[in-house]
Design a protein around this ligand. Structure first.
Ligand code: ATP
Ligand code: SF4
Length: 325
């Protein structure tokens, strides 16, 4: 059984006078041990998808579909059942998770409080030992326990957030732009640590990022999103090496390569469509260099392009190999 199976997920923000169709017909699967990166430009619905699965969205968000975690649909759990799943079985690290901490209490004391909410009556010594163990795992000194949040650098903050997320040995770790705000050196150190943690703690990881290079270097699978829809999904070694979807191709051309000849960054002309309307045809058509009349009127279904043992799916009318690279 898959660890997480997202099936036909639709998430709509219902505003006073209009609706924002932030996620439309999204389906993908995560097996135990997978590291899946959801990538796409800002506003493509990545965070909405992940936070919707955990029911962490505001009440204005209407969520339809299924999110099966070990076969249980997270979208049908009661708030009480969900509070047992979150953090203990699925934990999340946000871009600035530590902003949630109180500035006037020491880090260690606040983590102890979190622990006691989930496991009341645990001896403080036992909690402290667990936290020291996790601080070591993320390369932090035990002295951090006695510090206040304002005494930490951004990198230290994110390391603590990661340590905190591992407090109860979750099965699934969700990272939402967790290293985006860090300098490149710290980001690369932390990403290396995360990959080591994945083996050590037998984790499955969902990474949400706009940075393709983060997915390329730390994930085995990728889900490419554009304007609320999944455009392409499959193994990183397929999708990011020989992308089939014109959007994935454009996204990759927008990132510099440190190897090979110097080439111009071309980007993707145009901008995301207005998500208050559902596109009649392909949502990428207004920016796609290959768009035809059919693309503008008929939505492309997601189709298998990888064969039996090679999950690879693309939502494009031209995925038969007419146009690669
Ligand atoms: P980013 O990388 O900038 O966080 P994203 O790909 O994660 O972008 P989302 O934040 O999920 O995208 O946003 C998807 C769409 O939903 C956008 O059009 C956004 O404006 C809209 N949206 C997000 N949150 C809300 C909200 N609370 N109410 C209404 N619309 C929202
Ligand atoms: Fe481009 Fe048409 Fe494919 Fe959409 S369906 S990505 S418009 S070629």
């Amino acid at each position: 059984m898959a660890l997480l199976e997202i099936k036909d997920l639709n998430i709509t923000y219902q505003m006073k006078n209009e609706s924002v169709y932030a996620v439309q017909d999204a389906s993908f699967t995560m097996e135990q041990g997978d590291a899946v990166g959801i990538v796409g430009e800002s506003g493509s619905g990545k965070s909405t998808l992940a936070m919707g699965v955990l029911q962490l969205l505001p009440k204005t968000a209407l969520i339809e579909g299924q999110a099966l975690f070990e076969g249980r649909d997270l979208l049908t759990l009661s708030p009480e059942e969900l509070s047992k799943v979150r953090w203990r079985e699925i934990s999340v690290v946000f871009q600035k998770s530590m902003n949630a901490l109180s500035p006037v209490h020491r880090i260690g004391r606040q983590i102890e409080d979190v622990y006691l909410v989930h496991f009341p009556g645990t001896p403080k010594k036992e909690i402290r030992e667990r936290i020291y163990e996790l601080l070591k795992v993320v390369n932090l000194n035990e002295r951090v326990y006695e510090l206040f949040p304002h005494e930490l650098s951004g990198g230290m903050m994110q390391r603590i957030s990661i340590a905190l997320s591992l407090l109860f040995n979750p099965k699934l770790l969700v990272m939402d732009e967790a290293t985006t705000a860090l300098d490149v050196v710290t980001q690369s150190q932390i990403l290396n640590e995360i990959m080591q943690l994945q083996d050590k703690f037998n984790l499955t990881r969902l990474m949400i990022t706009h940075d393709v290079s983060v997915v390329a270097s730390t994930c085995n699978k990728v889900v490419v999103m554009y304007a609320g829809r999944i455009m392409e999904t499959g193994a990183v070694t397929d999708v990011l090496v020989s992308p089939r979807h014109p959007y994935t191709q454009g996204l990759l051309r927008s990132f510099p390569s440190f190897e090979g000849e110097k080439t111009d960054l071309r980007g993707i002309p145009g901008s995301l469509p207005d998500l208050t309307h559902k596109a009649e045809g392909c949502v990428f058509a207004p920016r796609c260099p290959y768009a035809t009349d059919r693309c503008r009127t008929q939505r492309p279904e997601i189709q298998d392009v990888g064969g039996k043992d090679r999950p690879w799916q693309v939502a494009c009318h031209m995925t038969g190999g007419e146009r690669n690279g």
